[in-house]
Ligand binder design. Structure first.
Ligand SMILES: NC(=O)c1ccc[n+]([C@@H]2O[C@H](COP(=O)([O-])OP(=O)(O)OC[C@H]3O[C@@H](n4cnc5c(N)ncnc54)[C@H](OP(=O)(O)O)[C@@H]3O)[C@@H](O)[C@H]2O)c1
Length: 490
């Protein structure tokens, strides 16, 4: 497959480009996955030369790349990185920019193939796409033009629909790559393999054998320097609408007919469509929101959310969400899916926990409390699979104890899993959209989230309601306790 292309990164001086995108491109070069005919053009507002940019990005690559920086690999890449300074709000700058792109295309023989990566604040997506359309996509262009859109894709269903219409009018759906970087993570790709390539799991993957599922993603950090973004977003839009519902759809989907993009995405969408709609009292009973407050510890004071930079002093933005949902289909009817995500929690971790039903208390286990089987898919920072089952405790007494099998993928020597962005950038070059969100996935996820956000508006929260460094508000524990269950923090 010919991967020749020019990759244009709008927002090349930003945090995402420095920490993720350019290190990912370096790693692809290291792995010899970049094509010969390839160049990267990064766009920023600040004035700087190519050399200035190359030096800056070299330092970032050294800090963030998963491979050590190798002189030969870097030299091969550095001369193909160019910096272009422009204010992308100014229409008149695009003609000159397009001429520069064409020159580089000619120099590197990239066959007219272009990737436009929008690593900029979401309010600029539409404007840039519109100007690219008018100045950089002449009739009769050679090659393909693809656009990569960072999350968040809209801030509700209406704004997402509006943005989507604008983008697909220019690039069409098949050239639109909506990033949800969780989908690029190794263990997410492993979920389908685990389910559909193992006889011991798939027959049990339903409401006959599974008691409930917990999906959680926690961070120890607060909003860091992204207060202005987070104020407009909150945990529901930032995490649940995208990452958490993607995890739900992968765990709950039916086996696809085929491994092609359409078959997989069709099955994921069916799950999102089947999530039971909540209204009024259901939302009150099945959702919990929280915001972290300050905490004094031996190491000093940890700020509360309202004290963070660029956050309103009386902000009601949620930094934590817990909720229970049901999927209304034959496989999952009656099985609760509990979701929990938050900032400033005790640990950084993303996991999916499947708790199986307990065995009937018969035979010689009659008077003993058997522990349920638990399967945990660890996504980050550890990657692996944990399984808990019951065994006899060695000795003369008939005691049953839970024992564990723990497969840690990234503890194995020699396994250095690719960063999500490496996989995703490579897939954009290859034209494979399987690990990107199709429009109807985004659409149904917004429908679910909008409904809850709308109901929350009528009941202002009392924030802050959890201390930094804890597992969220007490109501989140009660959400499970009233079902006689508990969050399992492994
Ligand atoms: N950072 C992350 O970890 C992360 C994670 C997930 C998603 N995202 C998404 O990725 C996108 C970028 O985030 P970020 O954190 O990298 O943002 P950022 O650090 O604020 O960077 C913004 C970039 O946009 C450029 N820019 C802004 N206005 C411009 C203008 N008028 N003309 C030309 N360039 C302009 C800036 O250039 P100058 O610096 O030269 O002004 C800078 O390169 C956002 O949509 C964000 O939601 C980021």
């Amino acid at each position: 497959m010919d991967l020749s292309c020019t990759m244009v990164i709008f927002g090349g001086t930003g945090d995402l480009a420095h920490r993720k995108l350019l290190p990912a491109i370096y790693n692809l070069q290291y792995e010899k996955l970049l094509p010969e005919n390839f160049t990267v053009i990064v766009v920023g507002r600040r004035e700087k030369t190519d050399e200035d940019y190359r030096e800056e990005i070299y330092r970032s690559i050294k800090a963030f790349s998963r491979f050590e920086v190798n002189g030969e690999v870097w030299n091969n890449l550095r001369d193909r990185i160019y910096y272009w300074s422009m204010d992308f709000l100014q229409e008149e700058t695009y003609g000159l920019f397009n001429r520069f792109l064409s020159e580089k295309e000619y120099q590197y023989d990239t066959k007219g193939n272009r990737i436009y990566y929008m690593a900029v604040a979401p309010e600029y997506f539409e404007g840039i796409v519109d100007k690219l359309h008018r100045h950089c996509m002449d009739e009769g262009i050679k090659g393909w033009h693809r656009v990569v859109i960072e999350k968040p894709f809209g801030r509700d269903l209406n704004s997402a629909k509006y943005l989507n219409d604008k983008i697909v009018q220019v690039f069409q759906e098949e050239n639109t790559y909506r990033i949800d970087h969780y989908l690029g993570k190794e263990m997410l790709q492993n979920i389908m393999v685990l389910r559909f390539a193992n006889m011991i799991f798939e027959p049990l993957w339903n409401n006959r054998f599974i008691d409930h599922i917990q999906i959680f993603s926690s961070e120890t950090v607060g909003v860091e320097n992204r207060g202005d973004y987070y104020e407009r977003s909150g945990a529901m839009r930032d995490m649940v609408q995208s990452h958490m519902l993607q995890l739900v759809s992968l765990i709950a989907m039916e086996p696809p007919n085929d491994l092609d993009t359409k078959s997989i995405q069709d099955e994921k969408v069916k799950v999102l469509k089947a999530i039971k709609k909540m209204a009024g009292k259901d939302i009150e009973e099945n959702t919990v929101r929280g915001q972290y407050g300050s905490r004094r510890s031996e190491r000093g004071e940890i700020s509360g959310y309202r004290q963070e930079a660029r956050v309103a002093p009386h902000s009601n933005t949620e930094t934590f969400v817990a909720l229970k949902l049901y999927i209304e289909n034959f496989r999952w009817a009656g099985v609760p899916f509990y979701i929990r995500t938050g900032k400033r929690m005790p640990e950084k971790s993303t996991e999916i926990l499947i708790q199986f039903k307990t065995m009937e208390n018969i035979l010689y286990f009659k008077d003993k409390q058997l522990q349920p089987n638990i399967l945990v898919i660890r996504i980050q920072p550890m990657e692996g699979i944990f399984f808990q089952f019951n065994a006899k405790e060695p000795g003369t007494r008939q005691r049953i104890i839970p024992v564990e099998m723990d497969f840690c993928q990234n503890c194995r020597v020699g396994i250095n899993s690719p960063e999500a962005y490496e996989r995703l950038l490579y897939d954009v070059m290859r034209g494979d959209r399987t690990l990107f969100a199709r429009w109807d996935e985004v659409e149904y996820a917004w429908k679910f989230v909008d409904n809850i956000l709308e109901a929350w508006k009528n009941h202002p929260p009392i924030f802050p309601n959890y201390e930094a460094g804890t597992w969220g508000p007490g109501e989140a524990d009660k959400l499970l306790q009233k079902d006689h269950r508990n969050w399992i923090n492994r």
